[in-house]
Design a protein around this ligand. Structure first.
Ligand SMILES: C[S@@+](CC[C@H](N)C(=O)[O-])C[C@H]1O[C@@H](n2cnc3c(N)ncnc32)[C@H](O)[C@@H]1O
Length: 234
């Protein structure tokens, strides 16, 4: 990997390590992320739709979660899993994830850009992660996902949506084609991170190019979800 790309990925990871104690405020719409009652209600209604989509997908068996964070979705995956392995490169978020889900989950401290799965899984899941994968690493990331899948395995992920409504709500939202953004912590520290906002149709086409059968759907103003399986050729 080129040095400057590695430097940027290192900065992105430093951001998430430093942000760990305040990360959940974003998902819970608290503190700096609190908005009016209407937006809050919309946000949680859309999160409920993501949960319903996950339920319809019916994850099962041996599940791998990449870039698991503090466990917002790890705990939602747990009831579906026979076994759940959760990977993240930030020890600080893994501590919080462990606190949330305990030893029912096997936690792995690893960098997704260099890690190779040592097992295969029935389901690979990631939430709010693909948008942090730089375009230069997109294909390679999907090779890793493919390697992690058992025969018949499936992928489900959710992410932020490229939408004007989402941009309006968040002053640190990247422009639709920008690919990176400067994010601030509550103490004012600033970090440049990758944020590639995907659109469902384009995402389906990108994944088809790599040999995946993917179905991506917009969820309201803020989110998308996608299910994918390796195509017959791959
Ligand atoms: C936007 S958060 C998403 C967390 C979680 N999936 C969620 O939905 O709450 C991105 C996560 O990616 C992790 N991360 C950043 N760089 C990583 C890398 N190179 N390998 C693995 N995880 C990484 C961060 O520590 C952070 O937990």
């Amino acid at each position: 990997m080129a040095d400057d790309l590695q430097d940027r990925l290192d900065e992105q990871l430093r951001y998430y390590r430093a942000r760990a104690p305040e990360y959940d405020e974003w998902a819970l719409r608290q503190g700096r992320f609190a908005r009016g009652t209407r937006e809050r209600a919309r946000w949680f209604a859309e999160i409920a739709k993501l949960e319903q989509a996950l339920d319809r997908f019916r994850p099962s068996g041996n599940i791998l979660e990449l870039a698991c964070g503090t466990g917002q979705w790890t705990e939602r995956l747990l009831p579906y899993a026979d076994r759940l392995t959760a990977v993240d490169a930030a020890e600080e978020v893994l501590v919080l994830n462990r606190r949330r889900v305990g030893d029912r989950v096997m936690h792995v401290h690893a960098d997704v850009f260099t890690w190779t799965p040592t097992a295969t899984y029935d389901v690979v899941f990631f939430s709010f992660w693909l948008s942090h994968v730089p375009p230069e690493q997109f294909d390679r990331f999907w090779t890793l996902v493919r390697r992690g899948l058992a025969p018949g395995g499936r992928v489900f992920f959710i992410d932020n949506l490229a939408s004007p409504e989402a941009a309006e709500l968040d002053p640190e939202h990247p422009g639709p084609d920008e690919g990176s953004v400067t994010r601030h912590l509550s103490d004012g520290r600033a970090f440049r991170i990758f944020k590639v906002l995907h659109r469902p149709k384009r995402l389906e086409a990108e994944l088809a190019r790599l040999g995946w059968d993917a179905t991506a759907r917009r969820v309201g103003h803020y989110f998308l979800y996608c299910r994918a399986t390796p195509g017959a050729e791959s």
